[in-house]
Design a protein around this ligand. Structure first.
Ligand SMILES: *Cc1c(COP(=O)(O)O)cnc(C)c1O
Length: 439
């Protein structure tokens, strides 16, 4: 399988697409074609990792990473993904709980897969430096995945004062080769800094810079796996094509759902549920795509005004990209968390609540006509500061997040300045240079 840019040009191998992240000139890499499957190809006895190997094999065929695929799948798909019924009085709504991994969000699948793949590619002697600008979940997942590896140095950049207390803890509690930088600026400043580092050819070459951001195709492909698995389970047990509801901002997850359906997995309607950021909703209503600055919401991992995967969506055929878009504001997020907890005791994180709200807004006939799977994207404990006041009780972290809480943290301060970053990257991870210091 080869990969091409959404803006045309030469096709490249998967490992090249992975190393480059984005395609030259601002495009995104997509597979030259989507493999076709039918539900009967997949044995009901497959583990999630087994399904991942079979599903991903055609995407890796002929690539240098192909021999490592089984190991990559075993590493990334090593925790349970329960498909639950949050409210027994509403059995047609299922929650696909993607938050039982080490950092409590679905980012654990794709990011751990990507970090491990980069580690294989680099070997021990010539490590990549992975730069991650994060507003919360990605940085933690990447850091957890990188700890103890030898083919990677990981630098996480996060905005000072813009992440929750738990998120900051989770960004700063990992050991070598991970370093966390608290940037004196907002998320855009972090992203701009990472971008200018890549544009500095000397710096980029010296450190073999690469990124783990959400446009990387190797992060996206593993996300197809658990959506396909859940759809197969519902289809086998009921003969019904389930609908998928996907809380999304950058469309990474949304695109994985559309790819899964286009490949032939048994999936009916797809609904993308967004927060108050209205770019996608407007596009679905008017056909016009007008990216804009993001607005801050309770579902901060989806605060996106210019969805980076839109170009990939635009490349799909009209049938393949057919979907609904539901936009949910903060007031509705709060009400949904409060009401569903009161009715059933189920606790949604603010992102997952957007999916639940989108289900409630479906016409009653549509709700009852099929089974709907909504992606529960993060553990509610990660957003305890928002959710606990709404439900009037404390949330238990679960074993994985509890283990994170028990770790000590260290970070370095960084000004949003390329020279400061270059200096910090050259420093010994154990002995931060210049203005940087351990907290
Ligand atoms: C990243 C993230 C999302 C949105 O993912 P997309 O890539 O925009 O589809 C939703 N919820 C949580 C908790 C996230 O971390």
């Amino acid at each position: 399988m080869k990969y091409v840019s959404t803006r045309g040009g030469q096709s490249v191998a998967l490992t090249d697409a992975m190393r480059q992240g984005g395609a030259p000139g601002g495009g995104l890499f997509v597979p030259e074609s989507l493999p076709r499957v039918s539900a009967g190809d997949f044995s009901p006895d497959l583990s999630l990792s087994g399904l991942a190997r079979q599903l991903l094999e055609p995407f890796f065929a002929g690539d240098a990473l192909e021999p490592h695929l089984p190991q990559l799948c075993d590493g990334a798909f090593d925790f349970p993904v329960p498909l639950t019924i949050p409210d027994p009085a509403r059995p047609s709504l299922r929650a696909l709980e993607l938050f039982h991994g080490p950092t409590g969000a679905f980012k654990d699948f794709g990011t751990r897969f990507l970090i491990a793949a980069l580690d294989h590619l680099a070997g021990d002697d010539d490590p990549f430096t992975v730069l991650v600008a994060t507003s919360g979940d990605t940085g933690g997942a990447a850091a957890q995945a990188a700890e103890g590896r030898r083919g990677i140095h990981l630098a996480v950049l996060y905005p000072k004062g813009r992440v929750s207390a738990f998120q900051e803890h989770q960004l700063t509690c990992w050991n070598d080769p991970v370093r966390a930088f608290r940037v004196n600026g907002d998320f855009d400043a972090c992203q701009t800094l990472v971008k200018s580092a890549f544009e500095d050819a000397g710096l980029s070459r010296r450190h073999r810079l690469t990124s783990a951001n959400s446009i990387n195709i190797v992060r996206l492909l593993p996300q197809i796996v658990y959506l396909a698995d859940a759809a197969l389970k519902v289809w086998r047990s009921s003969g019904i094509l389930p609908g998928l509801i996907i809380p999304s901002g950058n469309l990474g997850h949304g695109l994985a759902a559309l790819y899964a359906r286009a490949m032939g997995f048994p999936i009916g309607p797809v609904v993308i549920a967004t927060n108050a950021n209205e770019t996608l909703h407007e596009w679905s209503q008017t056909g016009r795509y007008r990216p804009r600055p993001s607005v801050a919401t309770l579902a901060n991992a989806m605060d996106i005004g210019a969805p980076s995967n839109f170009e990939r969506l635009d490349r799909l055929g009209a049938d393949q990209r057919a979907m609904g878009v539901e936009r949910v504001d903060d007031a509705s997020i709060r009400t949904r968390i409060r009401d569903d907890f009161a009715r059933s005791g189920y606790i949604w994180c603010p992102h997952s609540a957007i999916g639940a709200e989108a289900w409630h807004r479906l016409p009653e006939a549509a709700r009852e006509q099929c089974v709907w799977i909504t992606a529960a994207t993060a553990h509610p404990f990660k957003f305890a500061d928002i959710v606990e006041p709404l439900i009037g009780q404390t949330i238990h972290p679960g074993p994985a997040l509890k283990a994170v809480l028990g770790r000590t943290t260290h970070r370095q301060e960084l000004d949003p300045d390329l020279n400061a970053l270059a200096l910090a990257l050259s420093g010994d991870p154990e002995q931060p240079a210049g203005t940087a210091r351990r907290a």
